[in-house]
Design a protein. Sequence first.
Length: 404
Amino acid sequence: MTGIKALISGAGVAGPALAYWLARYGAQVTVVESASARRTGGQLIDIRGCGRDVIARAGLTEAVRAARTVADGLSFVDERGRRQASVRADGFGGDGPVTEIEILRGALVEILHEATGNSVEYVFGDRIGALDDRHDGVHVTLEKSEPRRFDVVIGADGLHSGVRDLAFGADGARLRHLDHYLSFWTAQNMLGLRDWTEVYSEPGRTIGARAVDGNTRLMAFLSFRSAPFRYDPGDTTALKAVVRSRAAGMRWYADELIAQLDDAPDFYFDACSQVALPHWSSGRIGLVGDAAFCASPLSGHGTTIALVGAYVLAGELAGADGDIAAGLRAYEDRLRPWITRIQRFGQANGKTMTPRTSAGIAFRRGVVALQERLPIGELLLREQIRMSNGFALPDYTGHERARS
Ligand SMILES: Cc1cc2nc3c(=O)[nH]c(=O)nc-3n(C[C@H](O)[C@H](O)[C@H](O)COP(=O)(O)OP(=O)(O)OC[C@H]3O[C@@H](n4cnc5c(N)ncnc54)[C@H](O)[C@@H]3O)c2cc1C
């Protein structure tokens, strides 16, 4: 790919991962990020199956394992905090409901940035304003910097992607709402949890907490079922008020966790939506990660598919012999069947996380309790485990430039 100039919009997970692989194959890579610095916020994210393999191929296993949060397992509790059914992380080859590699999103973002070292140019505090795909490349207007020309432009700018809007039009119709909203925030470990997660559900809403940072803090979360409603993603005060009202009256330690919202150093709130696009590219402009195929946090695979997507996209572009549009199509052809399975799983998984009825909550508890006692866990989770590992990573080592 020597001489190919690539622009990536978004320095989250997919952006730096793609930058890493493209630079490794010899491309000249620029990443533009709208935030003024690395956005290291966010709570725990999972790296599963093929995502773990991509991390290994990038030589980052040691760094990721050193930064991961220890997760021994998860219990569903009743309103008095009694553990009713539990699942351990060391079962299911690390790919069960509690993953072997859970890592704070910010830690993964830092590792990926560091891996790109000096080989990638980062432009923070700017964004793409216009794209013009011509015969000689994509002419890019940036909002603050001088216009530039690139051979390929990739949107890795998340669920609400700006590149997707520019390339394919306003995105409303392309988001598939899953009738769930999800919020995370950091709290004091007043539950005394040690490397463990506790989850409490009432019909249509689930609240829980997970010990992080050497058990000094909790990652608290609330999930609730709701038809779509409008909100301003930048208005944290209003969003915290939404969380408070949706958790009102919940039992267990809901009040104590909600009381810590105001002092939380970080806060995440988003609708659980999936991105459904007929194509992930148009000419020399492509998409990867949540921008292209968000499966929603309910799938538990958002980061895994972002990492695998970045790896395959870079490999197919490198193998396309300068035909960027063909490389983008090959990437989609290879990856789409697997992504479709994961998106379907994400649609079904919400029902497990936040059942609508008391009967649904009891059923979930019964199934988890059963797998604790009988050797049927693998059977019950077979589809998820197969799916996490269900993509055969191509070997792109032939595209690597001689590395010193
Ligand atoms: C701050 C933050 C916190 C998150 N916390 C969680 C969490 O707690 N749990 C969870 O399951 N998932 C979380 N996510 C989502 C999760 O990171 C992704 O689902 C997954 O890792 C796929 O990553 P991605 O790189 O495709 O998207 P993202 O990680 O969302 O990264 C997209 C990047 O693009 C940037 N960006 C957006 N618009 C533009 C634009 N117009 N121009 C340039 N840059 C742009 C964003 O600032 C961001 O850095 C969070 C995302 C963000 C941005």
